[in-house]
Write a protein that binds this ligand. Structure first.
Ligand code: HEM
Length: 557
């Protein structure tokens, strides 16, 4: 053997190293390994072993360096050529060349916070199916949306391995509900959540809504000059914390003294990076300094879950259902599962609702006629002597719902939607007219669907009238768009069995906030507010992060 090795020339040794790299590429292609031990073997150990070939010609230092260079250059070249070649399974999809070559292209766009806008531009440039990564395609196509998200749809995609900072955990079922990538496990874990948000259970949260909304509006009355985006986030945080744990949370009162709410958006930025490069998320788990804000925030949320676990609540809070305190499930869930899911509840139950409320207020203030029409509706049902914390008139207030829907259409709070991918070992999935090969991730970005003129006429205009029955539309002479209005494309809460479980709670909460606030307060932008700058400051961090919304608040009654 050693005689054979001795007889090889330097060029032949380099060819052998390159051949090893091609085998590695084949392994990557076939199994897409992302776990750290396998990456370590393929990217470090394999070239280290191959370097014995060149060491005999060039000594240790130069031999090892030349081997590593040859190995990784061959691997990278082979991967690049394959990804842009006609043999790649996604070759038929158009898209930016760099996006086809490397995942870092989309990552770079995503960390800039503008993925929602850039993806829409891609659709305009390339058509309704765009390859945005070596193994990722985005669709602006309702048939894809419905099949990928529907009852027999695809499981959640690998972005959740990165966001959970735990890689494979989300495949095995111990991650948070939203990140569970196995449909059966997800459906099982979703059952207590569905019970927690049934119509009967929602009644239990009503006293918390009343208490927290009146506290929120009373604080606004006192403050006069506010950053609405921040204040409303503190409100939704306190509300969901109390609805979840039954106990107290005083972020509104103490102005987020422990920084929990502020930390959420910093954590979002970090997690967004890892969602794009999931294997780095797995690595970050072992590096104490990586993802520090996200880890700190998650630890803080978990500690609240641990505290609640030690008590039994006197009310049927959300934790009551998640912890199987109603006894509906034969077996109690593992404590860790309850704790991680209560972390999810804090984030999912506070951030999107606050972002939606900010965009609703922004839309009203930039459209004074719509504001006036909503004010008229609120005054009709909630004159000063009527309790505006009581939901009893909501069903008779079509304009209230129209305003909420229209703001969520224009500014969906999960702008890029969530990723789905075919089940491992399934061979692929048929989504609408497309065959999606295994190892491919897809999305139907909500922002682009909502702003497609084929789905909604005048897609960039704020026209709540489009949501009204025809006879109500022109009541105040405001423009009504007519034309396209495709409800299948309206998915602010996502679609199908893995959609937002808190949708009904969020709608009630937003309606109570708006009716109570509009009954009691007059809102306007602070002098010098620039709507164009505000809109371009919106960031897609999986959740929509809204910039400061400086308002002047005056009492009406
Ligand atoms: C305006 C407010 C809200 C919007 C627009 C919204 C939107 C969404 C979206 C788009 C998803 C992703 C679904 C998917 O992966 O396809 C989601 C998931 C989720 N949301 Fe909401 N959400 C809102 C409020 C809430 C509230 C108040 C809660 C209460 C805790 C909540 C709890 C959840 C949970 C637990 C999930 C994960 C569901 C699952 O994977 O089965 N959300 N939400």
């Amino acid at each position: 053997m050693s005689v054979l090795l001795d007889s090889l020339t330097t060029n032949q040794c380099m060819l052998a190293v390159a051949a090893c790299a091609l085998v590695t590429h084949w392994i990557f292609n076939r199994w897409e390994p992302t776990d750290i031990p396998t990456l370590f073997i393929l990217l470090l150990l394999a070239p280290a072993a191959a370097s014995t070939l060149l060491i005999q010609h060039h000594g240790v230092t130069y031999g090892v360096a030349l081997t590593f260079f040859t190995y990784h250059a061959s691997l990278l070249s082979s991967i690049t050529v394959y990804r842009i070649s006609p043999f790649h399974p996604l070759a038929r999809y158009p898209g930016p060349l760099l996006a086809k070559v490397t995942r870092w292209y989309l990552t770079f766009i995503a960390v800039g916070g503008r993925q929602h806008v850039v993806t829409r531009r891609f659709f305009e440039q390339y058509g309704d199916a765009v390859r945005v990564g070596p193994n990722e395609v985005h669709f602006r196509d309702l048939s894809v949306l419905q099949t990928m998200m529907g009852l027999k749809g695809m499981p959640k995609g690998p972005m959740w391995d990165g966001r959970s900072l735990k890689g494979g955990k989300s495949m095995k079922g111990s991650g948070i509900l939203i990140g569970l990538r196995d449909n059966a496990t997800h459906a099982r874990r979703r059952r207590p959540w569905n019970r927690a948000f049934s119509s009967a259970a929602l009644k239990n949260y009503e006293p918390v809504i009343v208490k927290r909304v009146s506290q929120f509006v009373a604080l606004l009355e006192k403050q006069k000059q506010i950053d609405f985006a921040r204040r409303v986030h503190l409100f939704t945080f306190d509300f969901i914390s109390e609805a979840l744990f039954g106990g107290e949370s005083e972020a509104m009162q103490d102005d987020d003294k422990d920084g929990a709410v502020g930390a959420m958006h910093i954590a979002f930025k970090e997690l967004q990076f890892y969602e794009n490069i999931p294997w780095l998320g797995r690595l970050a788990r072992y590096l104490p300094s990586a993802g520090g804000n996200a880890k700190g925030f998650i630890t803080m949320c978990r500690s609240r879950g641990v505290e609640r676990l030690a008590k039994t609540s006197s009310t049927k809070d959300l934790f009551y259902w998640l912890n199987n305190e109603d006894g509906s499930e034969k077996e109690d869930p593992p404590k860790l599962t309850v704790i991680v899911d209560s972390t999810l509840a804090i984030i999912a139950g506070s951030d999107p609702t606050s972002a939606a409320l900010s965009t609703i207020v922004y839309c009203l203030l930039t459209h004074p006629q719509a504001y006036a029409r909503l004010q008229t509706e609120v005054d009709q049902f909630y004159p000063p002597e009527e309790d505006s914390l009581d939901q009893k008139h909501h069903t008779s207030m079509p304009y209230l719902e129209a305003v909420i829907n229209e703001a969520m259409r224009l500014y969906p709070v999960v702008p890029s939607g969530t990723q789905r991918a075919p089940e491992r070992g399934s061979g692929g999935f048929v989504a609408g007219p497309h065959f999606i090969p295994e190892w491919t991730s897809i999305r139907a970005p909500t922002w682009s669907l909502h702003r497609d003129a084929r789905n909604f006429a005048q897609p960039d205009a704020f026209l709540p009238e489009r949501w009204l029955a025809p006879e109500d539309r022109d009541a105040t002479g405001l423009a009504s768009p007519g034309g396209a209005h495709d409800m299948r494309a309206f998915v602010p809460f996502s679609y199908g069995p893995r959609n937002c479980v808190g949708k009904n709670l969020a709608m009630v909460e937003m309606k109570v906030v708006l009716t109570h606030m509009l009954q009691r307060l007059r809102l306007r932008f602070e002098e010098g507010f620039d709507p164009v700058a505000w809109e371009s400051g919106l960031e897609d961090r999986f959740g929509l992060v809204v910039p400061r919304l400086p308002l002047i608040v005056e009492r009406r009654i």
